[in-house]
Design a binder for this molecule. Structure first.
Ligand SMILES: *Cc1c(COP(=O)(O)O)cnc(C)c1O
Length: 421
């Protein structure tokens, strides 16, 4: 459930009409709902009730400072994958002891900054990284708390670009070698082993792959404890999918996911961390755009929008589906005609949907892409010299710009000429 509904024929974000935001900030823009973000965080928090746990929001899904600050205030932790995300999380008021640092290529500088600023744990993904972290921490007179990310070789049954738990993926160490690697980690002076990490992919629409991966983690916990490691924390990653098409059957709910966790690892007495991103932010955001032209092609109708692939790349990158709805509610029973929804960028890939049944729309009309809160704004670029679009946060009847649209001057002046020109 989200808080983007029609009221008296007008699409609203909570209590604010989308058209009012469009008039104030111009199109295209992203808008997020505080109530929806809050609700989604709480669903996970409640799903793990009774177990010692921390929900670490994966901020790569939607990393705006205001969104991370909201998560910090709700009591969430955060999963970061770069120094930039770490610094943003700290700037948003996230305490270091609630920040976990993931990613296959953490640099020594990133390690140093996180150790200096405070960190809950590093999720280490390889032996070279483990050795580097031990050196960095030792040189600082510190001990870095770590989990090691294991690759359980489980098929997440999701899009190949976002599956991470198969042995051919770059992530983690093969679970079969875990005992050996943990033994080396325990011997390194700058590290303290606190647990195990696993993350098998994103947009999972079934629970079975989670169950399979977590069962392997439970078994490994026993083996590592027998080897003398104090395994007290399990980071079970993110990945629970969201319904992108309202007409389709919905993926499992957080509460059912929580049951899988309880059944597979609940008996181990470990502190549980999860790292949901998409499910918290995805359906908490819209991308709002305006129809520039309606072009009647030879055999199809094109709705040319002012949003493009540089603003929302998911359709071009993952062949992803986004529901697109008019901001003025169409009359009941109005005829839907197929249209191709495209942006102005000079690429055929700049197509959001092909032959999508759409109600009548004319030049100047506003449309909203649903489920655009995750992997939307964060993946935007200025391709075709299109300035990054603004982000807006709504809370009840109020809204605020949480990232302003840069002016053309700002964008142009970021480039500089070399001294010899
Ligand atoms: C991307 C990622 C997540 C979040 O995945 P979602 O599908 O957005 O929930 C969590 N943990 C790690 C390590 C990731 O790379």
């Amino acid at each position: 459930m989200d808080h983007f509904q029609y009221h008296q024929g007008q699409l609203q974000a909570e209590e604010v009409p989308i058209a009012e935001i469009a008039a104030a900030v111009g199109t295209p823009f992203y808008v997020y709902s505080t109530a929806t973000l809050t609700r989604h965080y709480r669903l996970f928090d409640e799903a793990l009730a009774g177990m010692d746990h921390l929900v670490c929001y994966a901020m790569k899904a939607c990393g705006n400072l205001a969104v991370v600050a909201l998560m910090a205030r709700l009591g969430a932790g955060v999963d970061v994958v770069s120094m930039g995300e770490y610094l943003k999380a700290r700037a948003a008021g996230m305490p270091g002891e609630r920040i976990v640092f993931s990613g296959v290529g953490k640099t020594r500088e990133e390690m140093r900054v996180a150790l200096e600023g405070g960190i809950r744990q590093f999720n280490v993904e390889s032996e070279p990284e483990m050795r580097a972290l031990s050196e960095v921490a030792s040189a600082m007179g510190r001990v870095a708390p770590i989990t090691i990310r294991v690759n359980p070789d489980v098929d997440a049954r999701t899009h190949e670009k976002i599956a991470t738990g198969k042995k051919e993926n770059k992530f983690g160490i093969p679970i079969g070698r875990a005992r050996e690697v943990y033994a080396e980690a325990a011997a390194l002076p700058g590290l303290e082993v606190v647990g195990i990490d696993v993350h098998i992919g994103s947009q999972l629409t079934e629970l079975a792959p989670f169950g399979a991966a977590y069962a392997k983690v439970a078994e490994l916990t026993g083996l590592l404890r027998a080897d003398g490691h104090d395994i007290r924390r399990l980071d079970l990653g993110g990945g629970l999918g969201i319904p992108y098409e309202r007409s389709n059957s919905a993926p499992p709910q957080p509460v059912e996911y929580g049951e899988v966790i309880r059944r597979s690892v609940g008996h181990l007495g470990c502190e549980i961390e999860i790292e949901p991103g998409r499910l918290i932010a995805g359906n908490a955001g819209l991308l709002v755009s305006r129809v520039i032209y309606v072009k009647e092609g030879e055999d199809r109708r094109f709705l040319i929008l002012d949003a493009a692939m540089n603003d929302l790349i998911r359709p071009a990158m993952y062949a992803a589906h986004h529901d697109v709805v008019p901001v003025i509610e169409p009359a009941a029973g109005v005829e839907q005609l197929p249209a191709d929804l495209v942006g102005p960028v000079c690429e055929t890939g700049d197509t959001f949907a092909r032959q999508r049944p759409m109600p009548p729309l004319a030049e100047g009309d506003l449309v909203a892409f649903r489920s655009a809160g995750a992997y939307g704004a964060v993946m935007a670029s200025e391709y075709n010299a299109r300035p990054l679009i603004p982000e807006v946060l709504v809370d009840g009847h109020q809204f605020a710009v949480i990232r302003a649209r840069p002016s053309y001057d700002e964008m142009v002046n970021r480039d500089t000429l070399p001294p010899w020109m």
